[in-house]
Design a protein around this ligand. Structure first.
Ligand SMILES: Nc1ncnc2c1ncn2[C@@H]1O[C@H](COP(=O)(O)OP(=O)(O)OP(=O)(O)O)[C@@H](O)[C@H]1O
Ligand SMILES: [Mg+2]
Length: 445
């Protein structure tokens, strides 16, 4: 089956787009290969018979343009289609010069994609008699389900710098940060970007498992260890062998579990509940907490020796408030994700709505931002307007710290701010200020 299906290689570092194109192409009855980087794409090109290359331009490390050039030289007959979210004349020109004939600008509809693919095939004669393809591999097209750590702020850059340093070794990492800042995402990116990414990533929420069960869940149990233990069972430590064990909410582990964790980390061995047998383990441990773990150490709620074992490397994930410049990028990501999910199209956001988002203090961090965008996408037509944002957000926008001001001045500045945020739409401003338009007009005067 599927022998005369054409093989399309899709290259994009954004897994959402990769997935979207893949789904569309499948529905057009093409067979697809997916790569999240140029490096991965080159491996697939070498091992498989590809009939069309679809690639993003802007990618970290090696960019798509270099891939296009490489393919033009080494596979001159392979048609290429470039997809990019940053159309600029320069990009387009260099792409054409480099030999990519077709160019598709994000956002695109399913139909635009279909037309572009058909066009690319018709522009180029596919080299049908390329050497035999017995060594096609399918294991190259699995993309880990980690999200991309989005952000260009210095605050997030500090995090990605550390991720780069630890991803290929087994040093224990402690990730600290407020709730919803992306601690789990950071843990996943340590694992999935590093050289142990093909081994398991096992996440355990230490706060969600009842204390009485945690030990057996972590280390496994032997047959007969307790009523109901009618066979030997592995725990999370054994399941994560050669890979990464992510101990989320480590601050919730009881003191007795803490002492067993310490032993496991120190000796690199575990013992199943109800067993004497020592099992060697070879894993990397990443722990996360949203409380200040050291203050728990001072209160004697957390073992100091375990604390030091865990903090070989420390990653402090910044709150969204500390990296507000990343808000537009994050919003863009969520617009894409939920636009595709709920509207089957791309949704945009009005500049004044985005301006408002940048002013809000985001106590719930990225998770709260994601919820707000998700809801707004459902509520809006094609573009998120201020009225699609929750009311509580509109009233809690941040003001720069200022001197003590007279009430009149505060009122004036506030009105100006709301006007600015609404793009000088007086009806919207009046609605936010909860005064009628006439009053607003008088105050403006
Ligand atoms: N830098 C980022 N780029 C894109 N999405 C992000 C980023 N950081 C976090 N997210 C998203 O925000 C949400 C919350 O992230 P995550 O679950 O990792 O937070 P957390 O710190 O573990 O939260 P909690 O302490 O509540 O468990 C997820 O949907 C995640 O995909
Ligand atoms: Mg979490």
């Amino acid at each position: 089956m599927g022998f005369n299906k054409e093989n399309v290689l899709i290259v994009d570092d954004d897994v959402n787009i990769l997935e979207l194109i893949h789904r569309h192409l499948q529905s057009f009855n093409y067979h697809t290969y997916k790569a999240v980087s140029v490096k991965e794409a080159l491996i697939i090109l070498k091992d498989s018979k590809i009939d069309l290359l679809i690639t993003d331009l802007k990618m970290p490390d090696v960019d798509g343009l270099q891939l296009v050039k490489y393919v033009s030289e080494h596979y001159p007959k392979l048609p290429k289609l470039v997809v990019t979210g940053y159309p600029s004349v320069d990009d387009a020109l260099s792409v054409i010069k480099s030999g990519a004939l077709d160019y598709l600008v994000k956002p695109f509809t399913k139909e635009e994609l279909r037309q572009a693919v058909i066009k690319s095939f018709s522009h180029n004669s596919v080299n049908k008699d390329r050497s035999n393809n017995n060594n096609r591999t399918s294991k190259n097209n699995n993309v880990g389900d980690y999200g991309e750590l989005i952000g260009e702020s210095q605050a997030i850059q500090k995090v990605t710098d550390i991720v780069d340093r630890v991803k290929d070794n087994k040093a224990t990492v402690l990730i600290q940060g407020e709730s919803g800042t992306g601690k789990e995402l950071v843990a996943r990116s340590v694992h999935y970007t590093g050289k142990f990414s093909r081994s398991p990533f096992v996440a355990v929420n230490c706060g969600a498992i009842p204390e009485s069960l945690l030990e057996a869940e972590l280390f496994g149990y032997a047959k007969g260890a307790f009523t109901g233990a009618d066979e030997n069972r592995n725990g999370f430590f054994q399941a994560a062998d050669k890979g990464t064990l992510f101990l989320d909410e480590i601050g919730n582990a009881s003191l007795s579990v803490q002492s067993k964790l310490l032993r496991a980390l120190q000796e690199k061995e575990v013992v199943k509940v109800g067993s004497q047998k020592i099992e060697k383990i070879d894993i990397r441990v990443i722990a996360a907490t949203n409380s200040n773990l050291y203050s728990q150490v001072q209160k004697k709620l957390f073992r100091e020796d375990l604390y030091y074992r865990l903090t070989v490397v420390e990653i402090n994930v910044p709150s969204l408030k500390e990296r507000k410049e990343d808000i537009p990028l994050l919003v863009e990501k969520f617009l894409f994700k939920y636009g595709v999910e709920y509207k089957d199209r791309l949704v945009t956001i009005a500049p004044e709505a985005l301006a408002l988002l940048k002013r809000y203090p985001w106590p719930g961090n990225i998770r709260e931002l994601e919820n707000v965008i998700q809801r707004a996408v459902i509520m809006c037509d094609r573009r998120i307007e201020i009225e699609n944002l929750p009311d509580n957000l509109k009233y809690k926008i941040d003001f720069p710290e200022d001197d003590l001001l007279p009430l009149r001045e505060v009122e004036k500045r506030h009105i100006l701010k709301v006007l600015e945020a609404t793009g000088h739409n007086k009806s919207k401003a009046a609605e936010i200020l909860q005064i009628d338009r006439k009053t607003l007009r008088q105050k403006i005067q």
